[in-house]
Design a protein around this ligand. Structure first.
Ligand code: APR
Length: 248
């Protein structure tokens, strides 16, 4: 199976779904979670992105999110973001699902996006006070204080992201699962270890989709997909789009 075969599949496909992970933002200078650059002050994401870590030391957790917000604000969407965003606008039957909370897909102009893990630019009240229980956008940089107070109850604000041990929004999960009913399913720049996101490619395959992985390395999903394209998302997608687009 070659790049040409995948291009052909993309050309013939009516419904295409792409799932993205941190690898898609690597070319924008955003560290991945489990790559060599994934540590912050020697902390792994798994130890900071939990309700327990926040309860124990909300300032430390916010310092990590503030560091990432600063990085992301200074970053720009890269060609992978731009191509996928263009497909959301121009390609009927294309669904973009992301695990990323950085907002770079949106900044690239993606007009339909299934965001599995929330957004680093959203906050909500840790105490779940009435007014503060639903996420709202807060892109103040820097935040006036860490941890920032809830404007409704004076308690703590927490990032509007899904932490380990927390469940995803059921509406978002069902939108993502519905999108596995497709002709081609692309899994791009994810290590495929965090569920339920990592289960989507297997569900797509079970439903008869042609499954393609784009990653610089082997992942947990590599042995399950029809084709594993080794390379950088921003380069491989550009190669795939070259002719696929001209036929769309
Ligand atoms: N192009 C393609 N793939 C890349 C690139 C690139 N330029 N750079 C890195 N990668 C790959 C790595 O080989 C790795 O397999 O991207 C993957 C990134 O994996 P993780 O760091 O584990 O990120 P991700 O899979 O998105 O993590 C899933 O875990 O920490 C939680 O909630 C967080 O959404 C995140 C989830």
């Amino acid at each position: 199976m070659t790049l040409d075969d995948v291009r052909q599949r993309l050309r013939d496909a009516r419904r295409v779904t792409a799932l993205t992970g941190a690898g898609v933002s690597a070319a924008s200078g955003i560290p991945t979670f489990r790559g060599a650059d994934g540590l912050w002050r020697n902390f792994r994401a798994e130890t900071l992105a939990t309700p327990g870590a926040f309860a124990k030391d909300p300032r430390l957790v916010w310092e990590w999110y503030e560091w990432r917000r600063q990085l992301i604000a200074a970053a720009k969407p890269n060609p992978a973001h731009e191509l996928l965003a263009r497909w959301t606008r121009e390609r009927a039957g294309f669904t973009l699902i992301t695990q990323n909370v950085d907002g770079l897909h949106e900044r690239a102009g993606a007009d339909r996006l299934v965001r599995l893990h929330g957004s680093i630019w959203h906050v909500r009240c840790w105490n779940r006070c009435g007014a503060g229980d639903r996420d709202w956008r807060d892109d103040r940089l820097p935040l006036p204080s860490l941890p920032p107070p809830c404007p409704h109850c004076g308690g703590l604000l927490r990032p509007g992201v899904v932490w380990f041990g927390e469940s995803l929004d059921p509406d978002v999960v069902s939108a993502a699962t519905a999108a596995t009913a497709c002709d081609v399913f692309l899994t791009i720049g994810t290590s495929a270890v965090v569920y339920p996101a990592a289960g989507l490619v297997h569900e797509a395959k079970r439903r008869g989709a042609f499954t393609v992985e784009i990653n610089t390395e082997t992942t947990e999903a590599s042995s399950a997909v029809d084709v594993a394209l080794r390379g950088k998302a921003e380069e491989v997608l550009a190669q795939l789009a070259r002719s696929a687009d001209s036929e769309v």
